[in-house]
Design a binder for this molecule. Structure first.
Ligand code: ATP
Ligand code: MG
Length: 474
């Protein structure tokens, strides 16, 4: 594991940091995630500069040299200062020593040495420092074997694991997030300590937990993170509805699939095709109501009737409990959960144009995402079966394309407006308008008339007259 830090530090803003730290007479280091990511050859835009004393002074001097003093944001309470330079986000902080109390993840903070500062960090791979002063420029400080652990792809705490996680339980989420994001292994001692301390996650704010959870969701193979959350007991604390998916029941020799592992398989499948956070969340949520709708029916076997509708209904509360946004993303997830069986159902039936039109109309601009989800939802231990289902599903996709081209249903605006209905029949706003509009829409979706202005107008006249209305010109 090698990286030429001395050359790296002679570019961008670093020479200014070097000069100002030298002039101030403090030692300064590049620390934490940025060092790790350089060694791993990963892009990272947030940079931490730690100086042994006078962190904010150093930040002010550097900002002023860059002509950005006005833009410097100083957090006096935390002893940190932040500036944005181009696309980089640079945080300055003085070396600190931390001690923790039982009921808060906020430590008592004092000024500390380089070593104090590195040993309060969460993982050895995040506790590397690189000197930025001209004397020793680029020298790597590795007090806890961080380089070796990067090579071994190992997550290990610098100090005692139990104390590290108990002090700040967010670190448990971070451990699993890094394992999933970087495909690293969590050291056994750490795993056990996380199991013992999982209940303490409750002293961490939802926002911080869900930040890490979303990083797990966005990792290359999210099942890795979710299995770790499950096995350590953290998932039980933060997302019990997902835990309830786990398990297999058998009656009369018939078992249903384990919906937890199925959900993870769907999530991984989908993650091969999309990086969209909320689409991945739809995979997590798609079967969430299976435990609540599960029945064993004589002669039929296991059923989960209505789990798509109940799942959609459960979504707002789950999002709220997790601290996820309740506006558009939630509505989008809800919609995909509600519709997730519809394309699959088309495989079984003789596909009628009208069933396809209805699906296109209801999915609207989220149709492609829905199809990606449904493709990912085709899982089985039997590879032949998966192949056959996927082939059938391709036919549905073709049919959708056909109908789509023919009928332009996607961003369908019914050609008859409320305005036109009022004008035609000389009426004001009333319930008839909704009834007529809906009848026209249904007629188009059912294929009784085409998506065409003239046909829609005729149909509107007929429907109005059925209701006892008379066109005023007639
Ligand atoms: P990323 O930026 O990819 O989220 P990171 O490791 O850089 O990962 P940051 O939140 O940017 O995470 O934190 C920067 C550094 O601060 C970390 O590398 C680590 O050394 C330290 N750190 C952050 N959070 C904690 C924590 N909860 N406990 C101990 N050290 C932490
Ligand atoms: Mg970072």
């Amino acid at each position: 594991m090698n990286f030429d830090f001395a050359s790296y530090l002679q570019r961008d803003i670093f020479p200014i940091v070097t000069e100002e730290a030298d002039a101030l007479g403090v030692e300064a280091y590049l620390v934490g995630g940025h060092v790790r990511d350089l060694l791993l050859n990963r892009a990272s835009k947030d940079i931490d500069i730690m100086s042994v004393g006078r962190g904010i002074d150093l930040a002010e001097r550097v900002a002023s040299r860059l002509g950005l003093l006005e833009k410097l944001v100083v957090y006096k309470n935390f002893g940190t200062a932040l500036i944005h330079v181009d696309s980089l986000e640079i945080e300055f902080v003085g070396a600190r020593k931390e001690s923790y109390r039982a009921n808060s993840r906020k430590p008592i903070v004092e000024d500390g040495t380089l070593e104090d500062d590195l040993k309060r960090r969460d993982f050895t791979i995040n506790a590397l420092a690189v000197k930025v002063n001209s004397d020793g420029l680029g020298t790597l400080v590795d007090l806890f074997g961080g380089i070796r652990h990067l090579e071994q792809k190992l997550l290990k705490t610098p100090l005692d694991a139990d104390i590290t996680y108990s002090d700040d339980p967010l670190r448990m989420m971070r451990a699993i997030r890094f394992a999933s994001q970087l495909n690293f292994t969590i050291e056994q001692e750490s795993l056990e300590a996380i199991q013992r301390n999982a209940h303490r996650i409750n002293i961490v704010s939802k926002e911080r937990i869900v930040d890490e959870l979303n990083k797990i969701v966005l990792s290359p193979r999210p099942s890795k993170g979710f299995k770790l959350l499950f096995n350590t007991g953290l998932l039980h604390q933060i997302f019990p509805e997902m835990v309830a998916l786990q398990g297999v029941e058998t009656v009369d020799g018939k078992s249903h699939k384990d919906n937890f592992y199925h959900t993870l398989q769907v999530l991984d499948n989908l993650s091969n095709h999309t990086d969209k956070l909320w689409l991945r969340w739809a995979a997590i949520m798609h079967d969430i109501a299976k435990p609540a709708t599960k029945r064993f029916e004589e002669g039929v076997g296991w059923t989960f009737h209505g789990h798509e509708d109940l799942g959609a209904k459960m979504t707002p509360k789950i999002f709220k409990n997790l601290g996820l946004p309740l506006h558009d993303p939630m509505k989008y997830v809800q919609k995909l959960v509600r519709l997730h069986l519809r394309p699959i159902a088309l495989v079984k039936e003789e596909i009628t144009d009208s069933a396809v039109r209805r699906l296109i109309f209801e999915a609207g601009e989220d149709l492609e995402d829905l199809m990606l989800l449904c493709n990912a939802d085709i899982t089985s231990k039997n590879e032949e079966k998966v192949k056959r289902y996927l082939a059938n599903f391709k036919k549905v996709e073709e049919k959708i394309r056909e109908v789509e081209e023919k009928d332009r249903i996607r961003n369908f605006q019914p050609p008859v407006t409320g305005e036109l209905i009022m004008k035609t029949f000389g009426i004001g706003p009333c319930k008839y308008i909704g009834i007529i509009k809906n009848a026209v829409k249904e007629a188009i979706l059912d294929g009784i008339i085409e998506n065409d202005e003239k046909q829609a107008y005729e149909y509107m006249l007929k429907e109005g007259m059925k209701l006892g209305l008379k066109p005023i010109s007639a």
